[in-house]
Design a protein around this ligand. Structure first.
Ligand code: UN1
Length: 501
C-alpha cells in the first residue's frame, strides 16, 4: 500500500501528513513519506495543561474501567495490525514480519494492561499496635512524558502508554523525529477507541512532534510526574539529572551491548539461528541486538565458519519484499557510524567479514549494508561501545570465569545470554556473580523479549524497568495507610506520651 493509503486506513486526518515543516523520509528508498507539523513550546505547554486537566478526572475513574479503554485500543490494533505494521516498515525500514511483530507486542501489552487494571494490588501489613491495620494503596501518579526512539517507534511507547492509562495517568508523547507518522497513526487509532469508550476526558494522549527543545521542556516541566525515556546513554545522562533536579521521576531505557557466551556443550545449530536473528535482525538496530559473541576457544573454529555461511545466505533488500531478512539502516549517519566502528575494529587488530554498503545502484538514497562480523583479539574500547548497526564482535575465551568477566566488562547492562547444555554453567550465568544485566537468558538470544517480564537493564542502560511483571508500580504513587479501629491511641515504638496527672 502507498503511505497515503495507509494513513487513510489508519484514520489519520487528510492534512496530518502534508504541509508541515518536518519532512519524513523512508529509509527504504529515501523518498518523502509526508510532512508533519512540529509542536512549538506553546503547543506543548497547552498539551501538558490538557493532560493535567485530564488527570483530575481520569484518576478517579475505576481502574477496570480504565482498562476497558485499553481493551478497545487493543481491538483497533488487532484490526489494523498489518497496516500499522507496514507503516512501521516504511518509517523504520524493519522487515514486514518485524513491523507486524512490533504491533503484536502492542496488542500483547494491551491485554496485559487490561488484566492488570483489576490487579493494582497493595499489601496488607501487620501492625505492631493493637486495634490497628496497615495497608498500602497505589494511586495514579500524574502526567507521564514518554520520549521514544526510532527503532521501536510504537511498541516501546505502547508499553508505557497502556500501563500509564490503566494506572490513571495521561501521556504526553514525544516520538523520535525520524518516526512521527507511526505516532500520529497510533493517536488516530486511540481516538477511535476513545469514541467507542464514550466518556473519557480530553488530553489522555498528546503527541508533541519536535526536536531537542520539545524534549527539554518535557523533561524540565514540573507538571510531568514521570519521564520515561528510551534512547542513547548520552541522552539519558542529560535527562536524569534534569528530572532529578525538580524531584521528578525517571524511567530510563538506554544503550545495550548485549553478549552471548557460547560454551563447549552448546547446541551449535540453535546457537547459529539465535545469533543470526539477534545480530542481523532489525539490521542490528534493537537495543537488545546481539553485539558481542564470546566463544570457547575449542569450538570457535567450528562455529565461526557456520555463522559466516549463515550470514552469506541472508537476503538483504527492500524490507517490504518477501524473503528479505535485513532491511536498511535508518540513515546515512548510522551508516557512517558503522563504518567508523569497523575501521576502529581493524585498527585494533580485528578481522572484518562483511560490513559493506550494498544496493547502492537501486537505492542511491538509502543505506543497505551487509551485516558484519569483526573477529577481535580481545575486548577493545570499540567493542565496549554500542554502535547501533549490525556489527557482531567475536572473541575467544578459555574458561568460564574468563567468559563471565569479559561478559560483564562493559559499561552497559541490558540483555545477555549463554548457550550451554551444562546445567552448572547455565545456573552460574544466572547467579548473583553471573550476568549483571537486567535480562539474562539460557539457550535463547538476547533480543525479542516477551512483554510479560520486566524489560530494562543496569549500569549505563539506566536501571528502568518497563512492560510486564510489576513495572506498573513506576506509574503510580504508593501511600501507606494506618487505620486505628480501637478506642485507644497506642504509639508506635512503645512510646509513652501522656501529660502528668
Ligand atoms: C528496543 O530495542 O528498544 O526484546 C526494544 C526486544 C523487543 C523490544 C526491543 N521486544 O528485542
Amino acid at each position: 500500500m502507498t503511505a497515503t493509503r495507509l494513513f487513510e486506513v489508519l484514520g489519520l486526518a487528510k492534512d496530518a501528513a502534508t504541509g508541515g515543516d518536518l519532512a519524513v523520509r523512508s529509509p527504504v528508498d529515501g523518498a518523502e513519506l509526508g510532512r508533519v507539523r512540529t509542536a512549538s513550546l506553546r503547543d506543548l505547554d497547552a498539551m501538558i495543561a490538557r493532560a493535567v486537566t485530564a488527570f483530575q478526572t481520569w484518576r478517579t475513574v475505576p481502574a477496570p474501567r480504565r482498562g476497558e479503554l485499553i481493551r478497545l485500543f487493543g481491538e483497533e490494533l488487532r484490526a489494523h495490525k498489518s497496516e500499522l505494521g507496514e507503516l512501521v516498515t516504511l518509517e523504520t525500514g524493519k522487515i514486514r514480519e518485524e513491523g507486524k511483530g512490533e504491533v503484536q507486542e502492542m496488542i500483547d501489552i494491551c491485554d496485559f494492561a487490561l488484566g492488570l487494571s483489576r490487579q493494582l494490588y497493595g499489601l496488607t501489613i501487620a501492625s505492631e499496635r493493637p486495634g490497628h491495620r496497615m495497608m498500602e494503596t497505589w494511586h495514579p501518579l500524574g502526567v507521564v512524558g514518554v520520549i521514544s526512539a526510532f527503532n521501536f517507534p510504537v511498541a516501546v511507547w505502547s508499553w508505557n502508554f497502556a500501563l500509564a492509562i490503566v494506572c490513571g495517568d495521561p501521556v504526553v508523547w514525544k516520538p523520535s523525529e525520524k518516526t512521527p507518522l507511526t505516532a500520529l497513526a497510533c493517536q488516530a487509532l486511540f481516538r477511535r477507541a476513545l469514541k467507542k469508550f464514550g466518556d473519557a476526558p480530553n488530553g489522555l494522549l498528546e503527541v508533541a512532534i519536535g526536536g531537542r527543545d520539545i524534549g527539554e521542556m518535557l523533561v524540565d516541566d514540573r507538571r510531568v510526574a514521570l519521564v520515561s525515556a528510551t534512547g542513547s546513554t548520552r541522552m539519558g545522562r542529560e535527562v536524569a539529572p534534569r528530572v532529578a533536579r525538580r524531584f521528578g521521576k525517571c524511567l530510563l531505557e538506554l544503550g545495550g551491548n548485549n553478549g552471548m557466551i557460547v560454551a563447549p556443550s552448546a547446541d551449535l545449530e540453535l546457537a547459529v539461528r539465535a545469533i543470526l536473528f539477534s545480530a542481523v535482525g532489525t539490521a542490528g538496530q534493537r537495543c537488545t541486538s546481539l553485539r558481542r559473541l564470546i566463544v570457547q576457544e575449542r569450538i570457535y573454529d567450528a562455529l565461526l565458519p557456520r555463522l559466516k555461511r549463515a550470514y552469506e545466505s541472508v537476503k538483504i533488500g527492500n524490507p517490504l519484499e518477501a524473503g528479505v531478512l535485513v532491511g536498511p539502516l535508518i540513515d546515512e549517519n548510522s551508516f557512517a557510524g558503522m563504518q567508523r566502528a569497523l575501521d576502529r575494529a581493524k585498527a585494533d587488530g580485528g578481522q572484518v567479514f562483511g560490513g559493506r554498503r550494498v544496493l547502492e545502484n537501486v537505492f542511491p538514497n538509502a543505506f543497505y549494508v551487509q551485516p558484519a562480523i569483526a573477529e577481535m583479539p580481545g575486548q577493545t574500547e570499540i567493542v565496549k561501545a554500542e554502535t547501533f548497526a549490525p556489527i557482531l564482535y567475536a572473541m575467544r575465551y578459555r574458561d568460564f570465569a574468563e567468559a563471565m568477566a569479559m561478559h560483564n566488562d562493559v559499561p552497559q547492562g541490558l540483555s545477555s545470554c549463554i548457550f550451554t547444555t551444562d546445567v552448572r554453567e547455565a545456573e552460574a550465568f544466572l547467579a548473583p556473580d553471573g550476568s549483571d544485566c537486567g535480562i539474562a537468558n539460557v539457550n535463547i538470544g538476547p533480543s525479542g523479549a516477551e512483554i510479560g517480564g520486566a524489560f530494562g537493564g543496569e549500569k549505563e542502560t539506566g536501571g528502568g524497568r518497563e512492560s510486564g511483571s510489576d513495572a506498573w508500580k513506576a506509574y503510580m504513587r504508593r501511600a501507606t495507610n494506618t487505620i486505628n479501629y480501637s478506642n485507644k491511641l497506642p504509639l508506635a515504638q512503645g512510646i509513652e506520651f501522656e501529660p502528668m496527672a
